[in-house]
Design a protein around this ligand. Sequence first.
Ligand code: DMJ
Length: 619
Amino acid sequence: MPVATLLPFTATPSRKSSSPTSFRLTEKFILLLVFSAFITLCFGAIFFLPDSSKLLSGVFFHSSAVETNTRKGTDSDSNIAVGTDEKILAKIRKDHEKALVEAKDTLQKRPDEIKQDIQNEKDKVLKEGLGKGGKDDDNLPVIEYVRPPGATGHEPSNPETKERREKIKEMMKFAWDSYKRYAWGSNELRPVSMQGHSSNLFGDIKGATIVDALDTLYVMQMYEDFEMATEWVEKNLDFNVNAEVSVFEVNIRFVGGLLSAYYLSGKEVFRKKAIQLGEKLLPAFKTPTGIPWALLNLKSGIGRNWPWASGGSSILAEYGTLHLEFMHLSKLSGNPAFAEKVMNIRKVLNRLDKPQGLYPNYLNPNSGQWGQHHVSVGGLGDSFYEYLLKAWLMSDKTDEEGKKLYYDALQAIETSLMRKSSGGLTYIAEWKGGLLEHKMGHLTCFAGGMIALGADGAPEDKTGHQMEQAAEIARTCHESYARTTLKLGPEGFRFDGGVEAIATRQNEKYFILRPEVIETYMYMWRFTHDPKYREWGWEAVQALEKHCRVEGGYSGVRDVYSSSPNHDDVQQSFYLAETLKYLFLLFSDDDHLPFEHWVFNTEAHPLPIHHHSKKAILI
Ligand code: DMJ
């Protein structure tokens, strides 16, 4: 077929009588142009279509590999080379045909379909990024960080509230500056002797106060200090230690603190460190039941339980207070192992009979059987209940199992442990082998806040009833403060032997800057806006200032009934993480770390709620 017949303008009226030999100069020029364009296109196709390099090497030149074969090899070798060339050409042909078909298909699609295809392709790449590919330098999935609402707040409009809130910030500044000055890098501060203090709960891990305080610094907008703490974490926080740590304490303070710092600030260093530490804790779950050990050597991965724990048992409040952090670790690392470990704890518990619906504090990780039947909503049991409720809330109320376990447990607590004193004070007693011990710990006072937080979701119209219970517990705990000389609460108080809300044993009279009572005031304030909770909180501030503030920071006291307090010389890291943060929030507006978006771990580290309906933090 002559080339001219392929050209569209051969059929134009002006060229009716023309022959190829009688073209005019302009027509010749156009023909030449078209012809050269066609040649260029052919060459372009060879050079630029996919796999054209292979075509070039196969057709025009021999690739060095083929040349080597033909030069040095035998006949059969050269046959192989020829065979390889043909294979390559066949593959090129196939690829080109496929590309043409795909291009044709695409051209037939509507623009919105093409857009959708592009989006699907992007999603696929992103998913692969979260799976095997798309990892950063530390082999973590790439995550788009979205700051949850309410990470920072604003000043309250009421002048008195504003002033009190400022005062609490000043207290934080003093506690932090003292730690910086006398104990920087140590776990905690000794404010009387003005030096560092290291509790064996953290093994050789350093900087508990820094990690525990990070989010409080952020929440109080002490950004320079936050940056300084961040730099310390970057350069010095090291988990490669040959030492035994408390899995629970390290989880709630370090993992929790790092996670909150990440969610508040978006700084990758915190996500990386939290995951690194979480991985170090995983060997604790290597027990026949998967119920973790209390203590773990971070280097050897060998675990054991507290020697004093009934029959080598693990402790309810310890193995039951990993859930929130571990769910977040799985989300941030893409590693399901963390979530699997804590979900397995629930499975083990679900299989066991509960005496009167109660959970004993001791469980043997080898046999999977309860140890001694001691039940408490204070020490050894407390945050297990807290985490059932908060697991449900943190899952955007999708964790129905957590919800049921919490409300069932609370019902059992109400029936078997909650009592009213003759003077009308509601308290939560302890249960030992079927007998009630009419004592309540400072630690148990967190339950007022927990019950208030869960009241809204309570089944069978019990919301009002639970709010009343919460308010009564808050009142009892306030009484435990009010009935002391220093107006600070004792570690434990009793409702027997003619006393109510008073410590009777010397070893229960101390106050170590614990947060639980103030925590409950904060929740009660948020839910009721009853001004008495702010007043009670302010009473605690004044007592802290008067009796716990010393030259080098804040110290616990040994006897809250003594008019000349003896200081214990420890500024606990939870004083900065919890006590001061809850006080600050008590005098802040409700939109600062709002409950619709955040839950607090048991060390007051805020973790975001994973809202399923809205844009997730992790995409
Ligand atoms: C904190 O470490 C946590 O609140 C824990 O759940 C209980 N004890 C201390 C504070 O008292």
